[in-house]
Design a protein around this ligand. Structure first.
Ligand code: ZN
Length: 187
C-alpha cells in the first residue's frame, strides 16, 4: 500500500474539539436558527424578539417576526403573521402537512390558531410557564376536546431563545436610566 493511499492527517482537518458543528439542513436546530434570525430582526425593530418559520416537507415556506408595535396590532405575533403567509403559499387554510418553528412557546391566541390550521407539529425554543398555550400555562394544542391535536417538540436551542428575550427586557429596563435612545415620556 503506497503512502498516497494512506494520507496523513489533512491540514484542513481541525484538531478534535475544534471542529465546526455539522449543520443538518433539515434538523430542528437548523430551522430554529432561522426562527432566531427572525427574532433578531424583531429585536432590531425594538419589538419583543420572537421569530417563527413554517416548513412544508423540509422547505421553509414562511418567515415572520413579532410586529405588534410596528403594526400597532396586538395580533401581529410572529406565529400569526407566518401562518397567514403559509396559507397563502399553500393556497389553503389547512396546514396539516406543515411544521411551525417558533423561538418562544406560543401564547393562547397563537395556540388557538395552531389548532385551527392543523399543524402536524410545532417546535419551540423556550417555554412560557406564565402565559404559554402549548403546555406552559394551558395546553391548547393538545386539548382532548378540540378537533385537532399537534405534536410538540420543545427546548430546541432554548437557551439562545431565552437569552435573546432576557437581554431585550434587561436593555429595555436599563435604557431610561442611561438617558439615551428614547424621547421623554412627557415632552
Ligand atoms: Zn402569540
Amino acid at each position: 500500500m503506497s503512502d498516497a493511499e494512506l494520507p496523513e492527517k489533512t491540514p484542513s482537518h481541525p484538531p478534535a474539539g475544534e471542529e465546526p458543528p455539522l449543520i443538518d439542513l433539515h434538523s430542528d436546530a437548523y430551522f430554529m436558527g432561522e426562527a432566531l434570525r427572525q427574532a433578531l430582526r424583531a429585536y432590531a425593530a425594538e419589538e419583543v424578539p420572537v421569530g417563527a418559520v413554517i416548513t412544508h416537507k423540509g422547505r421553509i415556506i414562511a418567515r415572520a417576526f413579532n410586529q405588534v408595535e410596528t403594526l400597532k396590532d396586538a395580533t401581529a405575533h410572529a406565529e400569526m403573521l407566518a401562518i397567514t403567509q403559509a396559507e397563502s403559499v399553500m393556497g389553503d387554510w389547512r396546514l396539516n402537512e406543515c411544521e411551525l418553528y417558533v423561538t418562544k412557546e406560543p401564547c393562547p391566541m397563537c395556540a388557538g390558531a395552531i389548532v385551527h390550521v392543523r399543524f402536524s407539529r410545532i417546535i419551540f425554543g423556550c417555554g412560557d410557564p406564565k402565559g404559554g398555550g402549548a403546555g406552559g400555562l394551558f395546553n391548547i394544542v393538545q386539548h382532548p376536546s378540540l378537533n385537532h391535536r399537534c405534536e410538540i417538540t420543545h427546548g430546541v436551542r432554548g437557551e439562545e431563545c431565552r437569552n435573546l428575550l432576557r437581554s431585550f427586557f434587561l436593555e429595555r429596563r436599563t435604557r431610561p436610566a442611561a438617558g439615551e435612545g428614547k424621547p421623554p415620556l412627557f415632552p
